[in-house]
Design a protein around this ligand. Structure first.
Ligand code: AMP
Length: 209
């Protein structure tokens, strides 16, 4: 079964998903991470997705369905956290048709006002290998390497100010409507995404446990 972590870019979905995996033993599937791996491995999917992602736009629903199913099959956990999927109504409806293993149990919306997000994202750095996030001011990587796996920490090409503004617009236009969709199904839970990582974690784990 599936728990969806949703919210605008920079809300902290990836960071919270990591903690939920480490502490509660959930499986995790980040479609953004999966696509970045495809790009690094220079696959056909990576080649098709690269330019679209760099511009901060959404990759096609067909490609995402392929990625979702392939990644899902690799995870041997009863509960899988989805970070980055669905990103529009069509994807939400597709997910509903995929069968029992993909059944959505809860949708946790990490809510952060857009004013704060631009700064969070422009100063964000991520591990080029495992995707762990850092922040230049609040959580800088020591010696520019990841404390989890020792790989180089870099800026995502879509974390420049211009791309971030586009990604926030895409979120408002395409992704936000899924909140009403899940509210209608009684699955929607909003939590305040402002606070320390631990404070936000407590709010989410309180809902899920
Ligand atoms: P993220 O790491 O979740 O911020 O995703 C980075 C980028 O990957 C997005 O801006 C999209 O270009 C692409 N992407 C990730 N998930 C999806 C999805 N479900 N649908 C379409 N594009 C996606």
């Amino acid at each position: 079964m599936v728990v969806i972590l949703t919210g605008p870019p920079g809300a902290g979905k990836g960071t919270q998903a990591e903690l939920l995996v480490d502490r509660l033993g959930f499986g995790k599937l980040s479609t953004g991470d999966a696509l970045r791996r495809q790009i690094a491995q220079k696959t056909e999917i990576g080649r098709k997705a690269e330019g679209i992602m760099a511009a901060g736009n959404l990759v096609s629903d067909e490609l995402l369905l392929e990625v979702l199913k392939a990644e899902f099959d690799k995870i041997e956990k009863d509960v899988i956290l989805l970070d980055g999927y669905p990103r529009n109504l069509a994807q939400a409806q597709t997910l509903d048709g995929l069968g029992e293993r993909y059944k959505v149990q809860a949708v946790v919306h990490i809510d952060v006002a857009s004013g704060e997000l631009v700064e969070r994202l422009v100063d964000r750095r991520i591990c080029s290998n495992c995707g762990v996030s850092y922040h230049l001011k609040f959580d800088p990587p020591a010696d520019g390497v990841c404390r989890k796996c020792g790989s180089e920490v870099v800026q995502r090409p879509d974390d420049s100010q211009e791309k971030v503004i586009n990604r926030l617009k895409v979120y408002e236009d395409a992704t936000k409507p899924i909140l009403d969709y899940y509210e209608g199904k009684g699955l929607y839970r909003r939590i305040d995404g402002v606070g320390t990582t631990e404070e936000v974690y407590k709010r989410i784990s309180g809902i899920l446990s």
